[in-house]
Ligand binder design. Sequence first.
Ligand code: ADE
Length: 249
Amino acid sequence: MENKLRVDVLTLFPGMFQGPMTESMMWKAQDRNLLDLHIHDIRDFSTDKHRTVDDAPYGGGGGMLMRTDVVVRAVESLVTPGTPVILTSPQGRVFSHAIAKELAGYDQLTILCGHYEGIDDRVRQLVVTDEISIGDYVLTGGELAAMVIIDAVVRHIPGVLGAEGGADVESHADGILEGPHYTRPPVFRGLEVPQVLQQGDHAKIAQWRREQGLRRTWQNRPDLLLRARLTDDEKYLLAVFADEYNHSQ
Ligand code: ADE
């Protein structure tokens, strides 16, 4: 059975979602009825004639905050009990493959895009159930973060990706990165596609790919190796990489 995910996004900039959410896989997911995406303008929930959504912080300090009354009204107009309400903000838990997979298990998600200096903290207390950051840097708003989250989550819905290259056989799925890939021609500017890939022995190819993934992880993301489940042979390979490195210095 294929499951469908409904995502409601609350944003001050709905136009930002045009393009990223209307092309390629995000479009296909909607076309195949696997993603039901609704983008809502928070400004539509303000009640004054200027459609105000922000206000100055108590206690002073720079910048404006999103108003609690407008945002809470917007969230409460959409959310059914039990639906996660995710606030995108640099203060949240850091997004990952595991969190993407976890969120893909829900039927419905609401994403509230933070903006300005932040949000009145009572919004967190009253309606937010989860707070997610996409990395240790600060964006000008939570919209790009929301799109990153939606993209990474939707890839886990069965039927969105083809049978090949599913979300469970790629970088991060088992804690290490993927190795290199090649397509034709077999030689380009003197660089040859590794023989093992051209020869078609699937067991050897699988082993080669794992080794290459391990090598790439060792080079680029050694932090991941602390948590990865490795066989004794793989641990031995890491020692070989370290040895090679020491000899090249
Ligand atoms: N808003 C601003 N910076 C952000 C980040 N790093 N992640 C999520 N939302 C944000």
